[in-house]
Design a protein around this ligand. Structure first.
Ligand SMILES: Nc1ncnc2c1ncn2[C@@H]1O[C@H](COP(=O)(O)OP(=O)(O)OP(=O)(O)O)[C@@H](O)[C@H]1O
Ligand SMILES: [Mg+2]
Length: 200
């Protein structure tokens, strides 16, 4: 379980998140919504340990985040950032092989097949479209062994067919894992999720 309670986050004297509480359990697919600037990415960065809360508590599987070694944190949650920057021309195949490949919800083959990444395995990541790079980023995150997956705007560069395929894949993964998916555009999406957390 990932739990955040009464979390507040300031940048300087600007309050970005004010007393936010929530949780993510295994077996659920949760939509995290809110308008631009409402703090969705900030919340994921706090859960990811890239930012430290100004106050409040954040626990992963019952332990305070700061008490868990970074290597162990990575086994608990895997995050797909809103913008993953690729700056070296690795082939997609090489990028995916860098990830551990054991004890996942789905096999690597199933993940890359469902995401439509199989056809681009031998392409240089730098020569792919934004939507294709986003699919690779999602594959990198989902291939990592973890209990929870947090995906920041995974649909933002996807066409309608890809959105449907990705949703199907996420529903499959959520049978055994916990998933939280950030989206600022929830039209037609919410019916695919078990519940919605709204930031305002
Ligand atoms: N690096 C930064 N420096 C200063 N302020 C920041 C920084 N990153 C975000 N903020 C501020 O924090 C607030 C929340 O930003 P955040 O990126 O979490 O929003 P979001 O809900 O993810 O928005 P979006 O839908 O546009 O992705 C915004 O008001 C933003 O201006
Ligand atoms: Mg964001």
């Amino acid at each position: 379980m990932i739990k955040w309670h009464d979390l507040a986050f300031y940048r300087g004297d600007k309050l970005i998140l004010d007393s936010v509480s929530g949780q993510l359990a295994k077996g659920e697919l949760v939509l995290l919504s809110g308008i631009n600037g409402s703090g969705k990415t900030t919340l994921l960065n706090l859960i990811g340990g890239a930012l430290l809360p100004s106050s409040g508590t954040l626990t992963l599987n019952g332990k305070e985040l700061q008490e868990i070694r970074i290597q162990d944190q990575a086994k608990i949650r895997s995050i797909a950032p809103q913008n993953r920057t690729f700056n070296m021309g690795f082939k997609v195949r090489e990028l995916l092989n860098l990830q551990p490949a054991n004890r996942k919800a789905l096999s690597t083959d199933e993940i890359i097949e469902e995401l439509g990444v199989v056809e681009i395995l031998d392409s240089s990541i730098l020569e792919l479209s934004l939507g294709q790079q986003q699919k690779v980023s999602l594959a990198i995150t989902l291939i990592q062994e973890a209990d929870f997956y947090l995906l920041d705007e995974p649909f933002s560069a996807q066409d309608a067919t890809s959105v449907r395929r990705i949703l199907r894949l996420l529903q499959e993964v959520a049978k055994t894992k916990g998933l939280m998916v950030v989206s600022h555009n929830t039209d037609h999406l919410d019916a695919n999720f078990d519940r919605e957390i709204k930031l305002s």
